[in-house]
Design a protein around this ligand. Structure first.
Ligand code: SAH
Length: 235
């Protein structure tokens, strides 16, 4: 399982690159394979659409059992809402597995905004395809109440566009309207776009599936255009 990082090839780790070079078969969602096009020559490449995770994982296991070296690619880190867990649930003991970490969206988006994750933070996916909304809502309440910085993955998609407003309203019930919020689309890859806003105004911005939203804690500030959560040093 290979984490590709946010997308730009300069954010691929050396180990991830080597694993892709070693692989005979490379399997992944087609958008992610586009990030590593130059590494695909001479390989058997299996690309599939979103939501075909089980099919993809099954194929990976099948090729590995036949003795092939298989790389299953995920964007960011394969163990963060990626393919790693599913593969480990399916793979037989006879197949050797390596999970290769990657720079996850939380930290690549944070880097684009400044340093918003300098203190305790919670990562919450707003996708209720595999998780009931009640669970997500409960976690949003708990994280907001405990003053965690909150990183939202999968904030919105075409068929799923109400969760972000509901999430915002839950967080707002525990936090001030002027709390800084950063939205990053396509962090550290082509098309990068960032906006700094507030909890009160964040819904006026464009938010989609390619975006990560970071909501500050009670201490987070904007310093010279950077979103910063103080670590607590006395200056
Ligand atoms: N395994 C991935 C996350 C997959 S879930 C990782 O570790 O990063 C998909 C979500 O990740 C997207 O909806 C978006 O919220 C976020 N994401 C992934 N790459 C991103 C990028 N380059 N910029 C902003 N958000 C990104």
């Amino acid at each position: 399982m290979v984490g590709l990082g946010p997308g730009g090839s300069e954010f691929l780790t050396f180990r991830a690159k080597a694993a892709l070079e070693e692989a005979q078969v490379i399997i992944g969602y087609k958008t992610y394979l586009g990030f590593i096009e130059d590494l695909l020559t001479g390989k058997q490449v299996i690309s599939s659409g979103m939501r075909k995770e089980i099919e993809r994982a099954g194929l990976a296991v099948q090729y590995a059992r036949q003795g092939q070296t298989v790389a299953v690619v995920s964007s960011g880190d394969p163990g963060v809402y990626g393919m790693a867990g599913l593969i480990l649930e399916l793979v037989p003991e006879s197949v050797e597995v390596e999970v290769i970490p990657g720079v996850t969206a939380a930290t690549s988006a944070a880097a684009v905004l400044g340093a918003p994750l300098m203190h305790d933070f919670a990562v919450i996916s707003l996708s209720d395809i595999l998780t009931p909304w009640e669970t997500i809502a409960q976690r949003l309440h708990a994280a907001a109440q405990a003053d965690f910085i909150i990183v939202l993955y999968n904030p919105k998609s075409k068929g799923r566009d109400t969760q972000i407003a509901r999430a915002r309203d839950i967080i707002r019930s525990h936090r001030q309207d002027d709390t800084p919020v950063g939205i990053v689309r396509n962090a550290k890859r082509r098309g990068e776009y960032r906006v700094l806003t507030t909890l009160g105004n964040m819904l006026d911005e464009d938010i989609d599936m390619l975006s990560t939203v970071i909501i500050g804690n009670s201490q987070t500030r904007i310093e010279n255009g950077h979103m910063v959560t103080p670590r607590g040093y006395r200056l």
